[in-house]
Each structure stands twice: as structure tokens, then as C-alpha cells.
Design a protein around this ligand. Structure first.
Ligand SMILES: O=C1C[C@@H](O)[C@H](O)[C@@H](O)C1=O
Length: 305
């Protein structure tokens, strides 16, 4: 397994700076953010370390050169919008960008793109399903034709009022994954698995790794703490942001020994990208760089990196 990080935590860095930091800090890989150039609509979004809109020969050569010089590999290209948004304009833009990111991966000889399937939060899973199929069947055919595997992250995107009540990503549970993979059976359709989202939902991430071993395309290492006193105060049906806190690996409730033990049992040999969304480390650029260094040091007890 290779250890890397999600580049969203370094929005002010250029691609060169991201790769330079990764190399100096000893990371083997990086998941590069590929949001369209522009303003972020939410935290950890809107970061562009690779502009998928410019796939000119010159731009691609420049990126290839930077990657080769750095000696750091790219675990995947990441873009996490809501392609099933009730705002049709937003959804169409998301779908168009996902296609470009798939094209960019293929042009660079990469095999992984990570994203969300999206959701209309005001509708049930069943009510979202026809649109999910209409949107994702062509996207996955496109990925197949480009030799790219799309890993869907299991984040519920359900933290506060604007995502209430269903969240902005359908792909949150084994029950939904089974249905997704049955309805769109493709070797290009799988998971970007993050155990922290299972902790949030009170679910067993080890059983899920075992069942979906063949669908594990990419892994995120983010931790999360359930704040028991706040949960006792607000209850499970309150906005989740009221009773949990995202943390760096080792500082939350994920059992990383069991997690890596189970990944090893199922033969996972892909990339693990540390994802920092821990406000305790967001006071400065240096604190964010430190958070990646500390997370890496912690996880190296389980994997070679
Ligand atoms: O991996 C993820 C993608 C992010 O854009 C999002 O903020 C998030 O919570 C997440 O887990």
C-alpha cells in the first residue's frame, strides 16, 4: 500500500509546491484535486491542482514533466460535487467536469478518479434512483472507454441545514452499494472507501471492507470522533455537525490497527490518502503541513508507506 494525502488541504499551493512537499515529507503519492477553476462553494472544495479543462498537449506535457521530476505518484484525481443536485445547472456542470477529469486521468496514464454520486437531499433513495441511473450509466461507460476506474466515496455529505434531510451523496451504505453495483455492473465503478463515514453512521467498516474487497479502488484515511456528551445533548436525529468532530488519523474513533489488518486480509494493495479536515490543525499553513506529517508518522506503524 502506498501512503499519500488529499491535496485539498493545501489550496494555496501550486502543483509544484504540492509535489515538492510530498517528496520532502516522504509521501509516496498524492490525490490531486481537480475542481473547475473558480470559487469554492463549501469547505475543502474548489481546489484545482490540475486543471482538467486544459488538456492541450503543452499542458499535459508540463504536468507529466512535473510528476516525473517529483518522483511522487498520483493515487487518483479527485472531484467531489453533487451531480444529482436539484439545481439542474449545478448538476450538469458537475457531470461535465467529471467527464473532463476522467479524460485528464486517461491522458496522463492514470487509472483512478474519485467522486461522489450525489443526491437530491429532499428525495428518498428510491426517488433519487432513476436520475442516479440516467446520470451514472453514461459516466461509467465513458470511464470504461477511457480505461479509468471511478471510486465513489461513502461520505453522506450530511452535516448541517443545507444538506438536510438526505445528504448530498447516495453512496453511503452497503445496502445502497449492492444496489448501485447490481444496476451498473462495471469494473470501472467502485469505491473510494473512508472508514470515518462509517464511524459517523455507527456502522461496521471492517465487514464492509470484507464484502466489497473487489470494489476498493482507493482509500481515504480520515478519522472522526463522536462527541458523546454532545450526542447525549442533541441526539442522533440532530444535525451531525452538532455531535461529531473530524480528526486526523489516530485522534478519533477509527481503530486503525483493525482497519489496516482487514485491508491486508483482503489483499488491498492500492493507495491510502490521508485526508485532513481537522479544525484543530487549520489555523495556519504550517499547522496543515504538520497535520499531514503527524498523520503519516502515525499510520507508518501499520503500513510501509
Ligand atoms: O473525501 C471527502 C471529499 C470532500 O470534498 C468532503 O469535504 C468530505 O467530507 C470527504 O470526506
Amino acid at each position: 500500500m502506498k501512503l499519500g494525502f488529499v491535496s485539498a488541504i493545501l489550496p494555496e499551493y501550486t502543483l509544484d509546491q504540492v509535489l515538492g512537499f510530498a517528496r520532502e515529507a516522504g509521501f509516496s503519492s498524492v490525490e490531486l484535486m481537480c475542481w473547475p477553476v473558480g470559487k469554492a462553494e463549501r469547505r475543502y472544495a474548489g481546489v484545482t491542482h490540475l486543471d482538467a479543462a486544459d488538456l492541450s498537449a503543452a499542458a499535459l506535457d508540463a504536468v507529466r514533466g512535473k510528476l516525473a521530476d517529483s518522483g511522487v505518484s498520483i493515487s487518483g484525481l479527485g472531484y467531489y460535487p453533487n451531480p444529482l443536485s436539484p439545481d439542474r445547472g449545478e448538476a450538469e456542470a458537475a457531470v461535465a467536469q467529471i467527464r473532463k477529469v476522467i479524460d485528464a486521468a486517461s491522458a496522463l496514464g492514470l487509472t483512478r478518479v474519485n467522486s461522489f454520486v450525489g443526491r437530491d437531499p429532499s428525495l428518498s433513495v428510491d426517488e433519487n434512483w432513476p436520475r442516479f441511473l440516467e446520470t451514472w450509466r453514461p459516466l461509467i461507460s465513458h470511464a470504461e472507454s477511457r480505461g479509468v476506474k471511478v471510486g465513489i466515496e461513502n461520505c453522506p455529505m450530511l452535516f448541517g441545514r443545507d444538506e438536510w434531510p438526505g445528504g448530498k451523496n447516495l453512496a453511503t451504505s452497503p445496502a445502497i452499494w449492492r444496489r448501485m453495483f447490481e444496476d451498473i455492473p462495471s469494473d470501472s465503478f467502485g469505491l473510494n472507501f473512508d472508514p470515518s463515514h462509517f464511524v459517523l453512521q455507527g456502522m461496521d467498516y471492517l465487514a464492509a471492507i470484507r464484502e466489497f474487497r473487489d470494489k476498493l479502488f482507493h482509500v481515504h484515511a480520515k478519522d472522526l470522533r463522536i462527541d458523546r456528551e454532545r450526542l447525549d445533548e442533541h441526539g442522533l436525529f440532530a444535525f451531525p455537525k452538532l455531535w461529531h468532530t473530524p480528526k486526523i488519523p489516530g485522534q478519533g474513533d477509527v481503530d486503525w490497527g483493525a482497519f489496516f489488518g482487514t485491508l491486508g486480509d483482503v489483499g488491498y494493495q492500492g493507495d491510502v490518502a490521508i485526508e485532513v479536515e481537522d479544525r484543530a490543525f487549520e489555523g495556519s499553513l504550517q499547522a496543515r503541513l504538520d497535520s499531514l506529517i503527524i498523520s503519516r508518522r502515525y499510520l507508518l506503524q501499520y503500513i510501509k508507506g
